[in-house]
Design a binder for this molecule. Structure first.
Ligand code: OOG
Ligand code: NI
Length: 473
């Protein structure tokens, strides 16, 4: 990498600037960050009292990654917006990973997450942006025409940002002043505007079909709709939000609390009702309101293999089917969830032994000594099994952190933040995923998240092989 342009540094600076902007736009998000710090400090203290025996978190690395870690979400309207945002994120080392079919949760949208895709870049700064785009084909004809008209007239990227994208693609780098301009101009795409581009009538029509359509289509930018710091104790954050009188969402999405945390747990404070000025003829405005922006918090657990993910999905589907059939709600739902998740192994050795999660393997100091003394060959010959090396404590392992999202949890978060329920929900629920259509809009393929985790695991085994000078089978 040459000169001033370091993608990891630019991503960190952009994330920081965005967080500052959002704090000033939505002060309650700043309060949420304070709550997360309070909860994390308490959780660390509590774990110290217990002798720190229990692992708090898969990364186990407070304060390095945690302090800066957050994700955000934006909602786009067109293929042009999606492909341009892809170019913009790639300047910061963020690439599309995963495909999320949100019709599963009743939304006329699909999504990817732009994020760093190597362990090194993730450890330097793991900022991600969940990015949805509207599926025009799932809208009624009348709403589609209105959406297309409004979207074709807006420009969510500044002319200078578009120039900077051309520059970096041509020159392969940005100068230091260009990096500063990139951040300044990039923020404009995510900034909130209280003046809508549509009339109140048009807004009402969009909203009646689905509140999210109104959120995507009615504004001149693709405002960031939430930012999400990471915590090591989401149950405590949920409790503290309530204690501090914040409008907390009723429940934490995702798996229940476990000894071995898996995937992702999320909660939020509910979106605020904000004043919006709608267009009125000929150039006046009429006052109304819109509810979209909120603050979220996440706790990340272990990345699951496809097998582990199937088990997770199967258990969650059963819980939701039972809950719907028996009208189970509130605390009873949590009990049902906890009891059904007993079927998901909850120790590192079971998760590894049953191939349910991904791990990073390392040579222990005993292993290093043996390798240095050159007696590995005498002990094992040319190859040994992973299990053998673990049993003899020459290798150790730790779980990889889940860096992605969950469509049903996203649906739960969306729903808590939308007042009205969509009438077209049934229609949308029967839609098929459309990965090809998404990739056409994006202008490239999305990476498969399972493949990335599996590569990280394999890479760690390759390093061990090399260090021990042994073939590991
Ligand atoms: C995206 C919701 C997805 C998450 O944390 O699951 C998301 C949205 O509200 O646009 O950010
Ligand atoms: Ni989120």
């Amino acid at each position: 990498m040459t000169g001033a342009w370091d993608q990891n540094v630019l991503r960190a600076r952009f994330c920081h600037a965005l967080s500052e902007m959002y704090k000033s736009e939505v002060p309650l998000y700043g309060d949420l960050i304070d709550v997360v710090w309070e909860a994390d400090a308490k959780a660390v203290q509590a774990s110290k009292k217990l002798g720190g025996a229990k692992t708090l978190d898969p990364d186990d690395i407070l304060p390095s990654r945690h302090r800066v870690e957050r994700h955000g979400a934006i909602r786009l309207g067109t293929a042009y917006e999606l492909s341009t945002i892809r170019r913009m994120f790639s300047v910061m080392g963020m690439y599309p990973v995963g495909y999320y079919d949100l019709s599963l949760a009743g939304f006329p949208m699909h999504a990817t997450a732009f994020r760093p895709n190597t362990q090194d870049a993730l450890s330097q700064h793991p900022f991600r942006v969940f990015t949805t785009v509207l599926r025009m084909e799932l809208l009624t004809e009348k709403t589609r025409a209105l959406a297309q008209k409004a979207l074709s007239q807006r420009r969510i990227f500044t002319p200078r940002l578009l120039e900077l994208l051309d520059i970096v693609e041509t020159n392969g780098t940005l100068t230091s002043p260009e990096c500063a301009e990139f951040i300044e101009n990039g923020l404009e795409t995510f900034r909130w505007h209280s003046k809508a581009t549509v009339t109140l009538d048009e807004y009402m029509q969009l909203k009646a079909e689905h509140p999210l359509i109104a959120d995507v289509v009615s504004f001149p930018s693709s405002h960031i709709n939430h930012l999400t710091p990471r915590t090591i104790d989401i149950d405590l954050v949920q409790q503290l939000m309530v204690d501090h009188g914040m409008p907390a969402k009723e429940r934490i999405e995702g798996p229940p609390k476990r000894d071995c945390p898996i995937l992702l747990r999320q909660t939020s404070f509910k979106a605020l009702e904000e004043t919006v000025y709608f267009r009125d003829s000929p150039d006046g405005y009429v006052k109304g309101s819109h509810t979209a922006r909120f603050g979220e918090v996440e706790q990340r657990g272990y990345a699951l293999t496809r097998k582990g993910r199937h088990l997770y999905d199967r258990i969650l589907d059963q819980v939701n089917a039972d809950a719907a059939k028996n009208k189970v709600k509130g605390g009873h739902y949590e009990k049902l969830l906890e009891s059904r998740f007993k079927a998901f192994p909850d120790s590192l050795s079971d998760l590894r032994g049953q191939n349910l999660a991904y791990f990073c393997y390392q040579v222990t100091s005993a292993g290093e000594r043996l390798a240095e003394d050159g007696i590995i060959m005498a002990k094992f010959g040319t190859s040994a099994s992973l299990q053998e090396l673990l049993d003899q404590e020459l290798l150790t392992y730790e779980p990889l952190t889940y860096e992605d999202f969950l469509p049903l949890s996203a649906g739960g978060i969306f729903n808590s933040n939308l007042g009205a329920v969509s009438q077209s929900k049934q229609l949308i629920m029967s839609a098929e995923p459309d990965l090809d259509g998404f990739q056409r809009c994006l202008g490239t393929c999305v990476a498969d998240e399972f493949h990335l985790y599996s590569e990280m695991q394999e890479e760690s085994i390759r390093r061990c092989k090399h260090q021990l000078g042994l073939d590991i089978t």
